[in-house]
Design a protein around this ligand. Structure first.
Ligand SMILES: [Zn+2]
Length: 223
């Protein structure tokens, strides 16, 4: 009799464990279900004739900002999709270049897309540049109060990457001005700084940056 009860108890405990494991797995793939994010890998725009309009910064060993932002943007998109979100990339590996004749209008158009889609948030991904080779660190810019929580979360999640912080403040940029949904522009570090250029070009480090951005988004918007 005792043995039967024990057996039933174990089955019961096991059942609970299995059920909670399964629901955790479901939650992980569900944390951002119903949300739409517009991820904007900065730069990568060409004139209609194919000549470059906006390649972004270029590091001392030739690393191009538009390539770094595209890699991190795609990594971030994959993480968001795995959490159940819908993601629209303004550029992608499949379509790496946008076509435009005016940089500022193109940047505004990227944020307009987030407004049109009523996105949960808009995340512009950039890398910084300076004539001073020693300049380093990440930056986070936003404009409207609805973006403050996301900006704070991005700052907190980037800090452990130990790149330093170059800037963290409200800034009226083409994308932050145009976006009506929560919007941040993130500078992932300085491609003009040789040490940070190396990191920014390293796929494993790009994945860590994407993970930091994902965690910040989940911190802010996951239910
Ligand atoms: Zn940029």
């Amino acid at each position: 009799m005792t043995r039967i009860i024990t057996a039933r108890l174990s089955a019961c405990v096991l059942g609970i464990a299995l059920a909670s494991g399964a629901s955790e797995a479901a939650r992980a793939g569900d944390r951002l279900r119903g949300d739409t994010f517009v991820v904007d890998p900065g730069h990568g725009t060409r004139f209609p004739d194919g000549s470059p309009l906006n390649v972004g910064a270029v590091g001392p060993s030739g690393i191009e900002e538009n390539k770094v932002t595209l890699a991190v943007g795609e990594d971030l998109a994959a993480l968001l999709r795995a959490a159940g979100a819908t993601v629209v990339l303004t550029r992608s590996f499949a379509k790496p270049y946008r076509t435009a004749t005016d940089k500022r209008l193109d940047n505004r158009g990227r944020a307009t897309l987030a407004n049109t889609l009523h996105a949960t948030a808009f995340i512009a991904v950039h890398a910084d540049s300076s004539l001073a080779r020693t300049a380093h660190g990440t930056s986070v810019f936003w404009l409207r109060p609805n973006s403050t929580s996301l900006a704070n979360a991005v700052r907190a999640r980037l800090a452990p990457l130990r790149l330093g912080e170059a800037a963290f403040h409200i800034r009226d940029l083409a994308v932050t001005n145009e976006a009506r949904v929560p919007a941040v522009l993130v500078e992932l570090g300085y491609v003009s700084n040789p040490a940070q250029e190396r990191l920014l070009a390293t796929p494993s480090f790009q994945k860590r940056q994407a993970q930091a951005l994902f965690d910040a988004i989940a911190d802010t918007f996951a239910r």
